[in-house]
Design a protein around this ligand. Structure first.
Ligand code: SAH
Length: 255
């Protein structure tokens, strides 16, 4: 997977690629990254990248021209104005604009994007970007949640983190199968050493070594937790038929 990130502050993104599991993924060649400073594509002497929006209103907007040139430098072609977008949607590459008015980012979307060869991610600042860039270049506008951040960099890191860990070999596949959202349930609670912490012992069943009992107990905890904090996931899971009879029984018992 290649991540190409266009930003006015690429240094915010850079550190992420240089630490921990991501650094190892880069070292192993599973992940490649290219950080593009949009300001390098501003042509006036002040390197201006923003201006007031037409029609008035608070704040500034990122200028189309530097961002368009920066995009041309990574996607390799000039705009075909009037074509609806600059480039044919290439299956391997998606151009994404991080935006609070985009479609919601979910585990399912992370899974879909992790199959791409390259994600080109535009990070907005100020009041956002000129609509013509969206019309000409962007395949997907994606929001990381119903709140407004001051910058697209933080949102881009969420998207990058959630997708790269799904690439084969980055994380053990068993770990991914059991975590929150896999199978329409949140993850079960977990404990590690010591056996007693601040007077609170680890649940007996986890020390029993009885794998089937542990499995059942964890599944029950998953159902309890999901019913309590995310009843919407349970409703959707029932509707989509994604639960096994065992899970449906547990939901019936717990409700
Ligand atoms: N005026 C805009 C907000 C701009 S916030 C509005 O009201 O919709 C500045 C930048 O932060 C945006 O261009 C976008 O790239 C990023 N951003 C803010 N909130 C976000 C969110 N929830 N998801 C993804 N990106 C977000």
């Amino acid at each position: 997977m290649k991540y190409t990130v266009l930003s006015l502050f690429p240094e915010i993104i850079e550190g992420y690629f240089k630490a921990s599991i991501m650094a190892k993924a880069v070292e192993k060649g599973l992940v490649e990254y290219n950080l593009v400073n949009i300001r390098d594509y501003a042509e006036d002497k002040h390197k201006t990248c923003d201006d007031a929006p037409y029609g008035g209103g608070a704040g500034m907007l990122m200028l189309a021209e530097p961002l368009g040139r920066a995009l041309d430098s990574v996607v390799g072609t000039g705009c075909v104005v009037g074509a609806g977008r600059a480039l044919p949607v290439q299956s391997g590459r998606r151009v994404i604009y991080m935006s609070p008015s985009g479609r919601p980012f979910t585990q399912a979307l992370a899974q879909e994007l992790s199959a791409c060869d390259e994600l080109v991610i535009i990070c907005g600042r100020y009041e956002g970007i000129d609509q013509r860039i969206i019309d000409l270049y962007v395949d997907d506008e994606i929001s990381v949640g119903d709140y407004v951040l001051s910058s697209g960099e933080v949102a881009a890191l969420i998207l990058i983190d959630a997708t790269y860990r799904l690439l084969g070999e980055v994380i053990r596949p068993e770990s991914l199968d059991e975590e929150s959202f896999a199978g329409g349930l949140l993850e079960y609670p977990q404990w590690t050493r010591p056996e007693v912490y601040e007077g609170i012992p680890v649940p007996d069943v986890l020390l029993s070594g009885h794998h089937e009992n542990i499995r059942k107990w964890r599944l029950k905890k998953q159902v309890e937790k999901t019913l309590k904090v995310r009843p919407d996931l349970i409703e959707a899971g029932i509707k989509n038929g994604s639960y096994s009879p065992e899970i449906l029984d547990l939901i019936g018992e717990t409700k």
